[in-house]
Write a new protein. Structure first.
Length: 287
């Protein structure tokens, strides 16, 4: 079974951190769970790839991170969350929204996302003081928007390429991203070099499909030590958590919902799972 992976290493005499992600399996799972249109798969897949990269820098397994893109496009908001174990989940507000292909034959992610809005990242390292960073969207194409976020909110210039390739039948064929992040102290020559290098990854999804992430990163670091981690689509919701939520309502309110609805139903938007509890199950909870 194909895995989603992130490869990280240092290149150019340790001046730049390079990360290459293959998130094909991750995007396939998200697309299947949410019944996404091809352009919705591309928009959510790019965002999940970038969020997975951000999660790879979290300091502890208990750390968490969320990304929200609200650009005013036909797809509505994009919401992605993850943790220090690279358990990712996400959804778009309008998963069935679709658009014609652009004139160049590519998916119109920019119009789906929109560019009149913001990208917001909330990072919690488990210390009780979440970091919140927000930047204005640049194009709605996601990669450029995350580059702007890194520069404005993190003060770390980062060259980014993101892509999702979807077949006419809706199957994700290749998805992932490349991140060149100069380390503190890198000079102007290194910054210029990263910008030139990222131009070679305009079709990153096709490169992922044909070569894979490992071969891409080995172009730069054949002998350098690599960090390789698996990325998962894994939600934090569960029937046990929903049961605890129902208990927190109190018996009176729970029984009122049962009288009105005939059942208590809780839907998780992140993984598109619905949990239902009937009258007998609710009675057993409070017993």
């Amino acid at each position: 079974m194909q895995k989603s992976l992130i490869y990280k290493t240092l290149i150019w005499d340790g001046a730049v951190s390079l990360a290459v992600l293959d998130t094909t399996a991750l995007v396939r799972e998200a697309a299947a769970r949410h019944a996404l249109t091809p352009v919705a798969s591309a928009a959510l897949g790019r965002t999940m790839s970038a969020a997975a990269y951000l999660c790879s820098w979290l300091k502890t397994e208990e750390s968490s991170l969320s990304v929200t893109i609200d650009g005013g496009g036909v797809g509505g908001k994009i919401s992605v969350a993850g943790d220090g174990n690279l358990n990712m989940r996400g959804f778009v507000s309008e998963p069935c929204a679709d658009l014609p292909l652009r004139a160049d034959g590519k998916l119109d992610v920019g119009s789906f996302v929109g560019k009149c809005g913001t990208l917001t990242v909330i990072r919690d390292e488990g210390e009780g003081i979440p970091f919140v960073g927000t930047s204005a969207l640049v194009s709605g194409e996601v990669a450029e928007d995350f580059s702007a976020y890194f520069l404005m909110s993190e003060q770390r210039p980062t060259a980014i390429a993101l892509g999702v390739k979807v077949s006419p039948s809706g199957l994700c064929l290749g998805a992932g991203g490349v991140f060149f992040q100069p380390l503190p102290g890198a000079g102007e020559e290194i910054l210029r070099r990263t910008e030139e290098e990222i131009a070679a990854f305009a079709n990153i999804s096709t490169l992922i499909e044909k070569e894979g992430a490992e071969r891409i990163v080995q172009r730069y670091a054949q002998a350098s030590p690599l960090s390789v981690r698996e990325i998962f689509f894994r939600c934090h919701c569960s029937r046990e958590r929903v049961a605890a939520l129902i208990l927190s309502l109190g018996r009176e309110e729970a029984e009122a919902i049962l009288r009105d609805e005939g059942k208590i139903s809780v839907h998780c938007h992140y993984c598109n799972t619905t949990y239902e509890f009937g009258e007998q199950e609710v009675a057993e909870l409070f017993a």
